[in-house]
Design a protein around this ligand. Structure first.
Ligand code: FES
Length: 89
């Protein structure tokens, strides 16, 4: 399971986190990824200084702008889903 969370703290909210959440939800729906991605919203991740909304992917912080969110999903999130699963999963 991939852990994906989007910051909804005030600084990220102003940068468009709501739009990113909407888009990620839509992408998860379109690609039927409900059982592969654990999607959450998070309060401030102490990453406010970055340009863009703080998005955590398996514990690694990224900064995503709403206009690049679709690309981020395709280029950064999707490839992580193709990683071979460990035998214990
Ligand atoms: S408000 Fe998003 S990291 Fe601080």
């Amino acid at each position: 399971m991939l852990e994906l969370s989007v910051c909804i703290g005030s600084s990220c909210h102003l940068k468009g986190s709501y739009n990113i959440i909407q888009l990620f939800q839509q992408m998860i729906e379109e690609n039927a990824l409900h059982d592969k991605i654990d999607f959450k919203a998070n309060f401030c991740m102490k990453e406010c200084q970055g340009t863009g909304v703080a998005v955590s992917l398996n514990g690694t912080a990224h900064h995503v702008q709403p206009e690049n969110a679709r690309e981020f999903f395709k280029n950064t999130i999707m490839p992580n889903l193709k990683m071979p699963k460990s035998k214990n999963e």
